[in-house]
Every structure is written in structure tokens, then in C-alpha cells.
Ligand binder design. Structure first.
Ligand SMILES: [Mg+2]
Length: 172
């Protein structure tokens, strides 16, 4: 079976606006306006699209999985169900350690196995180094979206989300 290239995304601050604290209220869950077109373009280019998100507010009792799933329904609706899978880690080190929480790589490894991902030709897009560390360790190319953090693990740093297209399609 042929391996398939993927673009992996962090969620908050990459696909939707990030707040102080946690994003979980579906009434305040807002996708960046340029995301639907970017996602459509990547899907048409043959990438499978996967989200990997830390959702520690669940372990900390700040919100429930139902809140999170409501937000994910909005994300899928706005992007024409483009994401093959939305992996989340509900854990927080104050409550329970987990290898699934980024910078741990467990969720990436699950996705790679399940979707037969062509790792070398795949990308991870994140707004923090901890999103990029596991991807780099596994051999993917990494894109840092500059919000508030500097990056040590980004192969490319972008300020405009549209630049994901330039990197993943125009240069590939
Ligand atoms: Mg983020």
C-alpha cells in the first residue's frame, strides 16, 4: 500500500483563535477566516489532514469532552469534514502524565500507523515548539506559525497561514 503524505496541525492558535486560558466554549470557537480555503487546497493536493491537540483543561476539570467535541464539530463543518482524524490528549502533568501530550509523540505515531503516513513528505504546523518537537523527532518537516513564541524546532517560520500552501505544495 502506498504511503500518503499528511499535514498535521496543532489546533489552538493555528486553526482557531486562541484565548488566554482554554478555548472550549463552542459559542466562542472561531476558525481563522483563511483556514477553510487553505485546508481545501491541501486536501485537493492529496494530503491527508490530521489535528493533534493538547486539551489539558479536561484533566483539570475546566471543561468536558462534550465541550471539545462541539468545537471539533464546528471545525469539521467549516472545512467540509476535511480532517481525517482529530487526536487529543486530555491529560495534564499536574493530574496525570501521558506520552500522548505534546511534546510526546504517541498521537503522531498512532496517526502514522493508522493512515499509513509518508513521514518524510509530511508536515507539522504549530504555534509552539512543543508541537514541533515530536514531529521533528519522527522525521517530518516542521512549520512554526509565529504568534508569541520563538522556535528552536521549526524548519520554516511563517507569519501568514497561507504560507503553508507555498511550503507544502509549491515547493514540494
Ligand atoms: Mg497552539
Amino acid at each position: 500500500m502506498n504511503k500518503i503524505p499528511a499535514v498535521f496541525f496543532d489546533r489552538d492558535g493555528v486553526l482557531n483563535y486562541d484565548d488566554e486560558g482554554y478555548v472550549y466554549d463552542p459559542n466562542h470557537y472561531t476558525i481563522y477566516p483563511e483556514i477553510p480555503e487553505i485546508i481545501k487546497t491541501l486536501a485537493e493536493a492529496g494530503y491527508i489532514l490530521i489535528v493533534i491537540t493538547n486539551q489539558a483543561g479536561i484533566a483539570r476539570g475546566i471543561y468536558t469532552r462534550e465541550h471539545m467535541h462541539s468545537c471539533h464539530s464546528i471545525l469539521q463543518q467549516k472545512t467540509n469534514n476535511a480532517f481525517s482524524h482529530i487526536y487529543y490528549s486530555p491529560y495534564h502533568p499536574e493530574v496525570s502524565e501521558s506520552l500522548s501530550r505534546k511534546p510526546g509523540s504517541l498521537l503522531f505515531e498512532k496517526a502514522i500507523a493508522k493512515y499509513n503516513v509518508d513521514v518524510e513528505n509530511s508536515w507539522m504546523v504549530g504555534d509552539r515548539d512543543r508541537d514541533l518537537i515530536p514531529a521533528k523527532k519522527l522525521g517530518m518537516k516542521t512549520i512554526g506559525v509565529r504568534r508569541n513564541e520563538d522556535f528552536n524546532y521549526a524548519d520554516h517560520v511563517i507569519t501568514k497561514l497561507e504560507d503553508v500552501i507555498k511550503l507544502a505544495i509549491d515547493n514540494s
